[in-house]
Design a protein around this ligand. Structure first.
Ligand code: AMP
Length: 126
């Protein structure tokens, strides 16, 4: 079954400039901005500008240019935020997808979390 993209999701509205964001980085195909409810001292969301629902959707169907731009933007955000483990204390990268992934916003995003030691990778189910 093909992915259906809901263009009324909150990140689509951010990309259209309909609601504000605190931008960390913008490139040709990617936007990175601070999470509105940060779970750690560093909490940045990185989204492609294209209409992709989840990481697998993006990885399977985005252009090479989009994938390269997005991947490099992740590296750049880690550098900007000072969380690279070669020179700082590291980070956690999370991308939730679908119901079991507990994805709230149906536009691909990765979370970069850092600035504190994270807890268990997967907490017990609630
Ligand atoms: P997920 O559960 O992986 O879909 O995460 C969605 C994330 O989007 C949550 O961490 C929210 O705090 C964040 N979020 C929702 N609305 C906004 C917004 N307007 N600006 C920045 N982050 C947002």
């Amino acid at each position: 079954m093909a992915y259906a993209y809901d263009d009324q999701n909150i990140f689509a509205k951010i990309l259209r400039g309909e609601i504000p964001n605190t931008t960390v980085l913008e490139t040709e195909h990617t936007l990175a901005f601070r999470d509105i409810e940060p779970q750690a001292p560093v909490h940045v969301l990185i989204i492609p500008k294209g209409a992709y629902v989840s990481y697998d959707h993006f990885a399977a169907t985005a252009s090479d240019a989009e994938i390269i731009d997005y991947t490099r933007a992740i590296a750049k955000v880690c550098e900007i935020e000072g969380v690279k483990p070669d020179s700082a204390e590291g980070y956690r990268l999370i991308s939730n997808a679908g119901v079991h992934g507990v994805q709230d916003v149906p536009h691909l995003h990765v979370h970069i979390l850092g600035g504190r030691r994270m807890g268990r990778m997967v907490p017990p189910a609630t």
